[in-house]
Design a protein around this ligand. Structure first.
Ligand SMILES: [Mn+2]
Length: 362
């Protein structure tokens, strides 16, 4: 297995000791610590907040708060919050207190992924995303782009500080890492493996299974059907247009499904949620740099970013009229084909119209 060699340097025990200790040292005199993640926090963001809150409470005896920015709507993520009893304060209800420290996990400031007031000063940023944020003046920064998950980094802090990890926390951290690295092991590192090995015996496997196999609402299947019916193939690219996403994270589930199609290397889903177009991209090839690719494609229309083979973005819609959305779709299609060096061509449907009608009649 090819592992990124950059890992060896940052994996050195002495470096880790310094980082977790430096993280705690800077918090020694604060009154409380509040954790924030990105919008629609995912298991990696949630698990990271859980782990750091546990570390701060155990080692420093300082109260902590975990927050959520926007809704958590993916069935597995909702199950994680419910089954692990996570107490998340909506970011809009947070009142910032003097003397309190703010720590951002699994994201970086000013990447367009938060509704957090940018005027609130951050104490720390702990992340693994390629998308660079505005980190200037932040006292504690630990961003490791070679890591598969932020939860792995947080687990390494817990190991380093010799903190007992209860089953609920181990389950949350393990699920956070698993969701990040399972389909994309090449984006993972030795540190991710070591975190998984450490957490597995401690995790509650029954809870883990209930989170992994969370029950799905009917809207999930309706959305998947629509996504399949409106998927068009252009050379090695498949694009799926969804008129109405029942929840924003479904765009990612659509591309996770479509990228397994053996005849494509890139999968894009663009779906409308409220007054935004939500974009999600996956690549089946290495060094695809889809985070940068999508950023370039979206340009000044909105925000985008991500990893080597996974990316997401949003474009605010000035109008949700069908004609306006079609215009935007045309522009995005043109930009995507150009970015992937695919000749301008008429796409063909994943499922033919004739087949769809036949299925309805039978
Ligand atoms: Mn992450």
């Amino acid at each position: 297995m090819a592992r990124r060699s950059a890992e060896t340097a940052i994996d050195g025990r002495s470096t880790l000791t310094r980082r977790s200790e430096r993280f705690l040292d800077g918090l020694a005199h604060v009154t409380a610590v509040t954790f924030v993640s990105h919008v629609h926090p995912d298991p990696d963001g949630l698990g990271s907040m859980m782990g750091l809150a546990h570390l701060v409470e155990t080692n420093l005896g300082i109260p902590t708060r975990m927050t959520r920015d926007g809704l958590i709507s993916r069935a597995e993520n909702k199950a994680m919050v419910e089954l692990l009893n996570l107490d998340l304060v909506p970011i809009s209800q947070i009142e910032w207190q003097e003397g309190e420290a703010l720590v951002m996990v699994d994201s970086q400031p000013n990447t367009g992924r938060h509704s957090l007031d940018p005027a609130v000063p951050l104490y720390g940023v702990i992340d693994h995303h390629d998308t660079k944020g505005d980190l200037e003046g932040i006292p504690f920064v630990d961003v490791r782009r070679s890591l598969g998950a932020t939860c792995s980094l947080v687990t390494s802090y817990l190991i380093e500080q010799d903190v007992a990890v209860p089953p609920r926390l181990a389950t949350g951290l393990l699920y956070g890492i698993e969701t990040e690295v399972s389909g994309y092991p090449r984006e993972a590192s030795g540190l991710d493996d070591r975190a998984l090995l450490f957490l597995y015996p401690l995790a509650d496997k029954d809870l883990l299974a209930r989170i992994r196999n969370a029950r799905l609402p009917q809207s999930h299947f309706e959305c998947m059907l629509q996504a399949l019916q409106s998927s068009f193939i252009y050379d090695r690219l498949i694009i799926s247009w969804v008129n109405e996403l029942p929840q924003p994270e479904l765009a990612a589930e659509v591309v996770d499904f479509l990228i397994r199609f053996e005849e494509v290397d890139w999968a894009v889903c663009a779906g409308v949620f409220n007054d935004k177009l939500i974009l999600s991209v996956r690549a089946a090839v290495e060094n695809a740099n889809v985070g940068d690719m999508l950023k370039q494609v979206v340009g000044d229309l909105g925000r985008a970013g991500g990893h080597d083979r996974r990316a997401g973005g949003t474009i605010p819609l000035s109008s949700t009229a069908a004609s306006a959305i079609e215009g935007l779709q045309g522009e995005l299609r043109r930009r995507l084909l150009k970015a992937l060096h695919i000749d301008e061509c008429r796409g063909h449907r994943l499922v033919s119209r004739r087949e769809m009608l036949q299925n309805l009649q039978s």
